[in-house]
Design a protein around this ligand. Structure first.
Ligand code: PGA
Length: 254
């Protein structure tokens, strides 16, 4: 149970064409009990679906996010989408997802630049941090997460606009979620680290999410934890009724 307003984020990754995204968003909008002042919901489709998903969700309080962004602006970088381009069409941007760190080689340094640019643009970065299975086995989870957090927030100063998502690599897309207690322990160490970086007042206001194989059966146990303020959902967010169920269960703990 959290004193902060919980946040549920859907990460659709590379799934859905613009019309499929519209249909999925419409189905979520039709079935969701409108998130009220007690809970925020953000849906992150691929870039190509942002416009159709936004129109399907207009009239609801669900907002739309992006899955990454480039810090470059108006320059020769074929294929990139900048923070500026996203400015008036999304509320949140996921950064540092482990798939981008491992597959695209994104460093803490480049993630720090993204966090700063996104915050400066008035958007909310959802900063993902998490340890590998080897780091976990070696008992280094909290240390690795703290390192990522510190380096990725190096030049950050927009504390009112920050969400941190703890996503252990071994739990993403595997069907094996972290235990709620382990998630709480890492979330609490993240809050402690945020306290060092951002100060006590700000650190108590920042939403810390857990992500990795979350579904409607296990979300309740995560939401019971003091420092877990919501979730970042991958696979389960592609089934509209399952996603709505996750939001409904989470709302009970807000
Ligand atoms: P998952 O993905 O819910 O499918 O484990 C989570 C994520 O990658 O954000």
């Amino acid at each position: 149970m959290t004193s902060r307003k919980p946040l549920i984020v859907a990460n659709w990754k590379m799934n859905t064409t613009p019309s499929e995204g519209k249909e999925l968003a419409q189905s979520i909008a039709d079935n969701i009990i409108e998130p009220t002042d007690v809970l925020d919901v953000v849906v992150c489709p691929p870039f190509t679906g942002i416009t159709t998903v936004r129109s399907a969700l207009s009239g609801t309080k669900i907002t739309v996010g992006a899955q990454t962004a480039s810090t470059a602006t108006n320059t020769a970088l074929t294929g990139e989408i900048s923070v500026q381009m996203l400015r008036n069409i999304v509320t949140h941007v996921i950064i540092g997802h482990s798939e981008r760190r491992t597959i695209f080689g994104e460093s803490n340094k480049s993630i720090a630049a993204k966090a700063a640019a996104i915050g400066k643009a008035g958007l909310t970065p959802i900063l993902c941090v998490g340890e590998s299975i080897d780091q976990r086995k070696a008992g280094h989870s909290a240390k690795e997460v703290a390192n990522q957090l510190r380096s990725s927030l190096d030049s950050f100063e927009y504390w009112r606009n920050l969400v941190v998502a703890y996503e252990p690599l071994w739990a993403i897309g595997t069907g094996t979620a972290s235990s709620p207690l382990d998630a709480q322990n890492i979330a609490s160490s993240i809050r402690e680290e945020l306290r060092n970086i951002a100060g006590k007042t700000e650190s108590t206001k920042i939403n810390i999410l857990y992500g990795g194989s979350v579904n409607s059966n296990n979300i309740g146990n995560f939401m019971k934890q003091n420092d877990v303020d919501g979730t970042l959902v991958g696979s389960a967010s592609l089934d509209p009724l399952e996603f709505v169920k996750i939001v409904t269960v989470a709302a009970r703990y807000s």
